[in-house]
Design a protein around this ligand. Sequence first.
Ligand SMILES: Nc1ncnc2c1ncn2[C@@H]1O[C@H](COP(=O)(O)OP(=O)(O)OP(=O)(O)O)[C@@H](O)[C@H]1O
Length: 291
Amino acid sequence: MGNTKPITAAPVLSDRVRVNGVETAVTFTAEEGILRWRENCLSIEKEVLGITVEGSKIKIRAIKENDGGGIICCGGNTVGTVRRRSYNLEMLTEDSLRIWSQKLHEFIDSLGRPKRLFVFVNPYGGKRSASKIFIDSVKPLLDDANIDYTVQETKYQLHAKEVAKSLDILRYDGVVCVSGDGILVEVVNGLLEREDWDSAIKMPLGVVPAGTGNGMAKSLLDAVGLPCTASNATLAIIRGGELLGFWKKKTCSFCMVKFQLLFLSQLRLRSFVSCRAQASTRCSYYYTGAE
Ligand SMILES: Nc1ncnc2c1ncn2[C@@H]1O[C@H](COP(=O)(O)OP(=O)(O)OP(=O)(O)O)[C@@H](O)[C@H]1O
């Protein structure tokens, strides 16, 4: 065959739409999950947090790099701090509104992102700024992503462990700790002390750095080349990726290795090891099982 043209994904949807008040042609390619209009393009997977329909408008809440420049194009990594951004797509007909919102929602749903989270906030961790970090950096992103969450401030030492021991895990897609490593460890200990520990421990866990050392958050974000910030950790959690997937796919082994190193290196884990004689066996079991 002679001239072979590069294959480009056919646009699934193409329409005239008012984007932030300006009428223009917009396309959405379902295979890539990319919205394009004029010189802009938005990756639903990487940049879009959530979509809501308000009247005749589809409101898209997204993030962009905080560099003062243009829109992140086609899934560029968000390095450093991020800025929230919203786009109003005003559809010109009711049919367009219905079809576009259905296709965009279908794409977001296919990403398997968490919908309901249980969030621990330790107001006494680190510089005692976890509550502010939650309000300023975590909550706005979770809200943009249309995630339901239950927040529990820890009231005393081992409170997180106690809650994790009796948490109705079927109600949540993950547990997030806005804290240092201490609360995360309490949560793991609590899950391991349950009767149903073997299923409970599969609960995806996430950590947003708000403690002193933040070893776990640093290790996980470092591994993907991102600075250890509350925003980056929250975005990873929303995307259901590295931080929320200790037991998921290939990232499991990495995370569990890190986790096991933390177990060995942190004095506070003595209680974990002593109260569960088989704790390390169980961790190894999950580590092997996840491969
Ligand atoms: N309301 C509270 N009052 C006193 N202590 C608390 C309270 N809530 C939680 N704690 C305790 O605070 C301890 C430290 O928490 P956390 O890990 O969040 O912060 P950190 O120790 O500063 O950070 P890192 O573990 O990363 O060094 C935990 O062991 C927890 O039991």
